[in-house]
Design a protein around this ligand. Sequence first.
Ligand code: KG4
Ligand code: ZN
Length: 349
Amino acid sequence: MGRNHIRPIFLSMNILAIESSCDETAAAICIDGEILNSVVLSQEIHTQFGGVVPEYASREHDSQIHRIVNTALEKAALNLTDLDAIAVTYGAGLAGALHVGLNYAKGLSIGLNIPFVGVNHLEGHLYASFLAYPDLKYPYLCFLVTGGHTQIWEVTAPGDYTLHSNTVDDAAGEAFDKGARILGLTYPGGPEIEKLAKHGNTQLFPFPVPVVKSQPMNFSFSGLKTALLYKSQKLDKDYFEENKAHIAAGYQDAIINTLLNRLEMVIEKTGLDYISITGGVAANKAFRQKADILAEERNLHFYFPPIKYCTDNAAMIAIAGYHYIKAGTFSNLELQANPNLALNDTLMA
Ligand code: KG4
Ligand code: ZN
């Protein structure tokens, strides 16, 4: 898979990390495992389309990546020639968007004559928890809740991942994004629904927690989105507008209850009580609050990364990359972008 094993070479390591898998152009500088800065540019062009338009995402990355990398370097008071290695996302994500970051990193690697390592975006999300909780102990559960994934993994050791729960259709983030479109809100939908739901009562327009009968531990969100669509079409227009905050609150609550319900099942099955919850949806404060209540009731330990490290960023790519670089694992120029990379496609050195 385009990966080489080289001896660990650095005493002090200045790492530049690059992330461009979806609609955030991001760079970060990490020195000896410490994040110095994390620069994120969220592309605004997609707001008007209600979702990410892949072609626009690639073009925006292409026009901004050099500026974002330079901003990260300037903030760290470093020059390109001070860099020892590069970590870059090579999957999962949008093919064209990934190519921009990966090719930029390859160019720097050649030009500066320094090594680079391809990082799995999902493993980046997983490592985001370690940015705030470096002492997080194995084994633990990692609940990955992003725009493309809703998965519960058992993490036994670095790189040792077992999947317990997955979505059979939409991801939780997608449920937020599609729900927001139905509610007439902009993309990304999660923060918009969260804002609106703050003024709503979850009990006035309740939505059922979706169950996958043959796979009770798995998630399904597409029916929930359809239920919201039917509700919005059935209600009188003015009445719908007046009650939008309550509807958003009911919809958000159903997503959160579904997430926590399946998580409890996996906790029950595995007996693990240390749980890291990561990815864009983990930024949701109502989710965090309900999780805190559950943690209290069941004596569980939840680890949420700081909000800025839940959504896409390069600090998480830096810290994941640091683990590879420290072990002397690098990529070679044959490494290709892989839009469909799964968490357990990653092999830890
Ligand atoms: O992890 P992420 O930034 O990108 C992916 O790897 O997919 O996740 C993006 C997703 C979007 O669907 C977005 O609507 C959702 O995370 N999201 C949220 C919140 N912030 C971002 N969902 C609920 N509440 C939020 N505050
Ligand atoms: Zn992500």
